[in-house]
Ligand binder design. Sequence first.
Ligand code: NAD
Ligand code: UFG
Length: 347
Amino acid sequence: MENKKILVTGGAGYIGSHTLVELSQASYDFVVYDNLVNSSKVAINRVANIIGKDVVFEEGDIRDSKRLVEVFTKYDIDSVIHFAGLKAVGESVEKPLYYYDNNVNGTIKLLEIMKEFNCKKIVFSSSATVYGDPKEMPVTEDMQTGQGITNPYGRSKYMIEEILKDLFISDSSWKIAILRYFNPVGAHESGNIGEDPEGVPNNLMPFISQVAVGKLEKLKVFGGDYPTKDGTGVRDYIHVVDLAEAHVKAVEFLDKNNLDKPLIVNIGTGRGYSVLEMIKAFKKVNQVKVPYDIVNRRAGDVAKIYANPKKAKELLNWEAKRDIEQMCQSSWDWQSKNPRGYSIIDE
Ligand code: NAD
Ligand code: UFG
């Protein structure tokens, strides 16, 4: 047996790859488990390059119990950071069974094998989407969840949260951290890892970057008539490196504390920016053009959501440090250095 390791499911993905860098800096050993359905081995190679050592990678699906048993047998896994999941909101509406199978059933399979190997520490990637369309702002962790979620992706996150809570009720030796991410953007300062969406991006920041780089012609701003400061949607954008750091803090917290319930924390900055503010900041910081049209609202979007991040500060001693300029600048750095993302053939 080697040293104790963290199993990072979905570690080849956008948030996972950035978290590997921070885990390595904090001297944690890890194994990445990913089926590469929405990511590339190139990201793993890039992480290895940034951290200056090999990354242990095991290809596999979280729904594949046999493969999980192999991995848990091969390594001494002490805890799991569970990023693996599908996340495209529109696709989840078209393929609900695929989403529930992958996200919910996949998580159940993972938890079963963890239990079998007496590995009972997990950090789970949840989302602000579990709050639905909250009436009060900023959002605190004790506010209602599960109501008004507009798509199967969001509901899969809510269902997994409930499953984790029930699991704890059945066996309080589990240590569970549920991190509710707000809107992750940006990239590592090296410009060598970042978000690499397949096809036309769904999310704002990659769309802006691809317009700026000339890959897409114009941004569509979804809705100019929301009851917000300038009529466009407001979100709590958080730098992905800040988000990655929160995972290190969550793992440390689970290591040090015995819990009487799952830890649930918002991971956001506490500041809301509108779509127009994001465009303006991106243009100014990067000195680029971002042509846009204001069009109809997108179905399922809320007007405004931002976090109260106080609980994360109090319990995890974590807070976001990077500002909107760093978010815009690092997104652009990654996009302009890698206009085709990871789709290169010489690595
Ligand atoms: P991502 O798609 O870049 O990463 C997810 C990774 O999981 C990918 O590498 C994918 O190949 C892998 N994966 C998917 N299904 C798998 C399976 N069945 N078995 C093994 N691996 C599988 O997404 P991300 O943005 O890095 O998101 C990571 C997690 O955070 C996801 O669970 C996502 O739902 C959640 N989250 C993301 C956001 C966001 O805006 N990016 C917001 C809130 C929550
Ligand atoms: N937007 C545009 N044009 C675009 C893309 C987005 O105007 O081309 C706007 C949206 O209307 C919204 C804001 O930019 O006001 C942010 O949109 P994103 O798609 O980047 O992010 P969302 O807040 O809609 O989505 C995020 C996560 C999802 C999650 C959802 C629900 O990416 O995983 O929050 O809270 F389900």
